[in-house]
Design a binder for this molecule. Sequence first.
Ligand code: GLU
Length: 284
Amino acid sequence: MPAGRFAPSPSGDLHVGNLRTALLAWLFARSTGREFLLRVEDLDRVRAGAEARQLADLAAIGIDWDPPVVRQSERGELYSAAVAALDTYECFCTRREILSAPSAPHAPDGAYPGTCRDLTEAQRAERRAARPAALRLRSTVSEFTVHDVLHGEYTGTVDDLVLRRNDGTWAYNLAVVVDDAAQAVDQVVRGDDLLSSAPRQAYLATLLGQRPPAYAHVPMVLGPTGARLAKRDGAVTLAQRGGPAAVVPELAASLGLMGDRPRDILAVFDPAALPRTPWTLPDL
Ligand code: GLU
């Protein structure tokens, strides 16, 4: 069954920006007859107890999901199998080496310059002795185009992205693509801070024989300084803002809609009418 999903990182409590994105993902999925899945992206940045509190807050505002909840930390075999099917190479560069390397001709700014792409086996053996390798995709394109419901055609950089970090951690870009494919997720709704990652993820999906999902990158919620909402902005969690009875109608209003429960908002949800600009969270 095709599905949409919400994929929080359990690094702390969800703030209203996260709750608004979750609500939108739920609305997109449920309004199109999809399942709605929760995936805990706990490959790094885990805080004890955060996952349980995040799920409790989602349930409290009336978002329901289709079991099971999966955790990326339990899915290493899937990531490993996917990487085995891809053309990859070992990379020994430190962050500093990448930043100071001259960028490759025609490579977009910030793209990996390809330093380790063509090392000989002898060079690899020598570097392996000095430090563990990350694993990179040997990409055959430098950009890729995705279609987004809110942004239209969007073309972005694809470089030799890291699939496994040199500490053995699976990279977010790999895990997200493998999981979306394994879970039949064909609709990805998330914050538009991730729009620039979509081309490389969609490209990776095609290499794994998958059709890229439909994307909707939704506007961010901003804090009082005009920057993306963060914990330090004060009253930002469900409890701090008065619980579901206060927060759900406020989120609905921020979307130009009315409703006390997600179910009510669903009845009047129209993706085409969604605001295209960030929402600044009002002070309490
Ligand atoms: N885990 C990511 C985050 O919390 C979201 C990833 C995604 O939706 O693709 O920012």
